[in-house]
Design a protein around this ligand. Sequence first.
Ligand code: DAH
Length: 339
Amino acid sequence: MIEQIQKIKNELSSYEFKASDAAEKFRIHFLGSKGAIKGLYSLLRDVPNDQKKECGQQINALKEEAEQLLEQAKKQTSNTETKGAKEDLTKPTETKLGSHHPLSIIRREIIDVFRKIGFSVSEGPEIEDDWHNFSALNFPPEHPARDMQDTFFIEKGENEIALRTHTSSVQVRVMENSTPPIRTISPGRVYRNEAISARAHCFFHQIEGLYIDEGVSFADLKQTLLFFAQEVFGEKTKIRLRPSYFPFTEPSAEVDVSCTICKSKGCNVCKYTGWLEILGCGMVDPNVLEASGIDSKKYSGFAFGMGVERIAQLKYKVNDLRMYSENDIRFLDQFKSTL
Ligand code: DAH
């Protein structure tokens, strides 16, 4: 008898609830009216009297164990059936972390560089009036940049409103609203009426810099830009300034950095010149200072403007501008940063 009880006990403990009707099968097999445990009770009659008590207790315990297992099995099947899922819903979810956009990474890096030397960050509106985008910056009325080809106009006529074509408009707003010393950089999105291609886009990003105080010189501008270039492209980086023209600066220059890709030996990115153009700059034209209410006899200053995509292109060696706004996850996923 004891052996038989043990056998059923083993069977019970190794029972596997596999199919969805396993609980019912289990019940019939062990606890049903013709089931294994009922059978044990009927065998109890033939057990000698002195063993009856012990055997009876063991069968009762077995029955209780079977009933408990049955309850558990029922609960599990009803859970999975009502939720309609086979997965373990209590498992922690796997969260896929996103990454910063490469342009955000570069923008923050540039801001950090200028913060170190005392520049604050200022912003202005993307929808601008003619005054802040052009007139206050000394653009003559017939300047080609005002042409429909370059500018997205919202309202034409006397109070012209357009999408800003550069972040130099923020210079004007800062100068109008503060008194020197002014040391600020203005990151933001700008718009131009250009056909989209690998090399041009109808919107892109710029960072404008402005420094105004008594006695600010071209040497200060050059040193500031050298510091910037070495922080961003490495301490061996050299810069060169070429004379240029912008309506809002006099004198004006374009700035090249020594090619970061071939180390100035000559490659197809620098077109075998060893130099890469990165920004425009100059001494703020006295007309611009006066237009914004700053005394040009007392104060002087420099300004510069750079394209964030351009810096990103050089750092990441991504030559197609469209990649930055297509939001292709395979592209974006490659940029991981804690910045
Ligand atoms: N605003 C110019 C552009 O969009 C860039 C620029 C050049 C900004 C010279 C400046 C500057 O502040 O001094 O092309």
